[in-house]
Design a protein around this ligand. Structure first.
Ligand code: PEP
Ligand code: MN
Length: 341
């Protein structure tokens, strides 16, 4: 249930409602809107009598939340959430009218590689730098990433370009280490339901990019986001990166429906990953444009100066020139859609 306070309700009135919620053995989650405070009642699924709150001073109404995800739901937080990601120099915003484009290689491979690509994507107008230091590979014999050295190189690229860094964390015990270097933690598709990992990033003080499991439903994605939110981290960005289907021409099937569906169901920002979705570099630009047209708040795109020499995902990484042209196309598209880039 959520309790909507009247606009102008006093701190004392809000406090009394919170006290009653806690007294009943639930947790209260406050969301301070521009106009009014909304209080989420979090806990088990016991039915609560709305009458207990509706008579209290300052309470406007109660709304039952019937969906299994609560903190993530739009009922709880009707307006779009906008988060800041802190970088070396200033911060970037995700959500709201401004689009956020994250770009960089699939994996950090060397100092020269990451610095060259970081400067190129910055030049083209990217807002954040991506790059894997810990790579979840299907084969144990494939390149696994540079690990800690990769994180150090990402931090160096961030310091040189000012671009905040997003990178994947694969294990709960690695969260605090990765968070020392990264400005945003990525949970990959294969870990979307690694609940220990979700709890660990929920306790971190860094925003999280949560990718949809390749075999997960929209509701399961939102339940995974709920784990992070319920553990105390409000800054969760969702990412549609394609799901498995019978189609083999593309690497995955981008679920374009997921973008407006998620925007209806949740206040959290939603971005898309056309690189993992298509697996083909020459499909990345058209699918990127489609995602933005469908309402995505941003994109995460793999860019490599020499894709043919890349140590992972060779066929889907685009060259800096292609990325630069895509940014120009997105800029032209943003205006008519009421967005800025
Ligand atoms: C990636 O972004 O490089 C990646 C491995 O993504 P996903 O988890 O979506 O496959
Ligand atoms: Mn990749």
């Amino acid at each position: 249930m959520i309790i909507v306070m009247r606009s102008g309700a006093s701190a004392r009135e809000v406090g009394a409602v919170v006290d009653r919620i806690q007294h009943l053995g639930f947790r209260a989650h406050l969301s301070q809107g521009e106009e009014r405070t909304i209080i989420g009642v979090i806990g088990d699924e016991r039915p609560l009598d709305p009458g207990m709150f509706e008579q209290m001073e300052g309470v406007e109404r109660t709304v039952p939340i019937l969906r299994p995800f609560k903190l993530a739901s739009r009922d709880f937080h009707p307006s779009d959430s906008v988060f800041t990601v802190n970088g070396a120099r200033g911060h970037v915003k995700i959500g709201g009218s401004q689009l956020c484009i994250m770009a960089g290689p699939c994996a950090v491979e060397s100092r020269q590689q990451i610095l060259e690509i970081a400067h190129a994507v910055k030049e083209a107008g990217a807002h954040m730098l991506r790059g894997g230091a810990f790579k979840p590979r299907t084969s144990p014999y494939a390149f696994q990433g540079l690990g800690l050295r990769g994180l150090e190189l990402l931090a160096e690229a961030r310091d040189e370009t000012g671009l905040p860094v997003v990178t994947e964390v694969m294990a709960p015990e690695a969260v605090s280490m990765v968070a020392q270097y990264a400005d945003m933690l990525q949970i990959g598709t294969r870990n979307m339901q690694n609940f220990a990992l979700l709890q660990a990033v929920g306790k971190a003080n860094v925003p999280v990019l949560l990718k949809r499991g390749m075999m997960s439903t929209i509701e399961e994605l939102l339940m995974s986001a709920e784990y992070i939110l319920a553990n105390g981290n409000p800054r969760v960005v969702l990412c549609e990166r394609g799901i498995r289907s019978f189609e083999r021409y593309t690497r995955n099937t981008l679920d374009i429906n997921a973008i407006p569906s998620l925007k209806q169901l949740t206040h959290l920002p939603v971005i898309a990953d056309p690189s993992q979705a298509t697996g083909k570099w020459d499909l990345v630009a058209p699918v990127s444009r489609a995602c933005i047209a469908a309402g995505a708040d941003g994109l995460i795109i793999e860019v490599h100066s020499h894709p043919e020499e890349a140590l992972s995902d060779q066929s889907q990484q685009i060259r800096p020139e292609v990325f630069s042209q895509l940014m120009a196309d997105l800029r032209a598209l943003a205006g008519p859609l009421g967005r800025t880039l």
